[in-house]
Design a binder for this molecule. Sequence first.
Ligand code: PRX
Length: 572
Amino acid sequence: MKHDELIAVQTTGNNLQNYDECCKNFRWEDVEKQFTWSKTGKLNAAYEAIDRHVDEGKKDKIALYYSDSTRDESYTFSEIKEKSNRFGNVLRKIGVHKGDRVFIFMPRSPELYFSFLGAIKIGAIVGPLFEAFMEDAVKDRLENSEAVVLVTTPALLGRVPVQKLPHLKHVILLGGDENVKEGFYSFEKEMAQASTELEIEWIDCEDPMLIHYTSGSTGKPKGVLHVHNAMIQHYQTGKWVLDLQENDVYWCTADPGWITGTSYGIFAPWLHGVTNVIRGGRFTPDDWYQTIEKYKVTVWYSAPTAFRMLMAAGEEKVEDYDLSSVRHILSVGEPLNPEVIRWGLKVYKKRIHDNWWMTETGAILISNYPQMEIKPGSMGKPIPGVQAAIIDDQGNELPPYQMGNLAIKAPWPSMMRKIWKNPEKYQEYFRIPGWYLSGDSAYRDEEGYFWFQGRLDDVINTSGKLVGPFEVESKLVEHPAVAEAGVIGKPDPVRGQIIKAFISLRTGYEATEELIENIRQFVKKGLASHAAPREIEVKEKLPKTRSGKIMRRVLKAWELGLPTGDLSTMED
Ligand code: PRX
């Protein structure tokens, strides 16, 4: 495995001049010194992201450009400070305290960001939910977190089983009928009445701030808990990796329902006082390029699926727009194909910088940097201050080019501090002393670049969204026609993987196209459209272990035409 292809440094990055030097000398404590923490021993990440810039003379700088098919707005830092202050006061008025869980379930809009920041300002723990989640997915998350407040819209309220959520005391509706019943509030009305002055809750670095749910290969989604101190790393990776500079116009395409949309859609740009672009709605390639052209975006952070879709839309499309403002392009969430990097170089005249991290890691850990050569197909090198390694199951570090567990020396500032109400799951990540196990397999080359190989578990990565096969299987078998189900990720040129389900039917059912579509819709309505299997294959029987566990490994081998491996535990 020799990698000869190198893409030379060409971007004008200047925030990480000498990687090797920095790795030797860097200390996280020095980053902390820039924030209130070093002076008072307390901090609030939302203050550092917004209010600090108002206090430091940037009150009239545009913090947010927002547009979708019906809205086109901009907000300064001081306007966002006031709006988030108002929302903090709304929450205080209804009795929300530090540590209470406030969930936000709505499409991207400026109000989503005001709510998010306002809740953090009063020390609440925020849980953003992706707007595509359907009833069961919403219920699982609100139930597990024991959320007391939900901010949502009338359109999405139908997917919130309020009656079945005893902890949920307040629902704040954006654009809704006011005071529908007890416990319901109108966002607009409450905001209008609230003061723009807020007493910020000053907290300890280690106080919780955010819960993001992520899928595993077994069980329900896990509530990954992050603390205020994570901002240290959002800030520092914003500097080294996003290469943020004073006059940048930055666009991260991720929704805050996923962690990229909070760590890098909220914190990193605003901690740097940079103008942040949020585009609402679904994107078409034209929306993408229009957004860049309209706001003269300089730093653009997106995902492989998006780049592959843009590539499919063709080179001609690029010529219709002026994308010359773009200085720096980044990608995360799935393997970035070398082909996409080569295409980007040809049509955008820019390198696409891949980087690696996870919901659990809170921020970027491995990355390509503007000042470093890119080896297409590699995720790059660990950020200074973080040690990554490839280890075997006993914790021994493996030599270059040997595949193993991608592990990180624990801790680092943005590392998750808990899995909500599930300490056993948390411990599993740290079962080898001193190391965090990512669940990804990779190898390292002689020069220290890391190369992603795959997931070690069965978690499916479809268009950058992780889906647990178990969740989908559980939903499938709730359908009256389905006897058994096994779910795998099938390689796909655009989406990376698609969800494929193998099912067997209960007696009396026939595998008609109509029934299959009905089953697909059933999963879509229960979980989310991205979790519904794109392909469903009916089998007489599914491969199972003697203890009755569906053997996904065998399903995968069938699908890919590979050897099935050891079948000694399979039932007859
Ligand atoms: O398998 C890796 C893949 O996405 C997983 C993390 O997904 P999630 O928690 O949803 O976080 C997404 C936001 C970073 C990883 O375990 N992944 C992430 N980045 C890359 C990647 N796979 C290959 N290359 C990457 N750059």
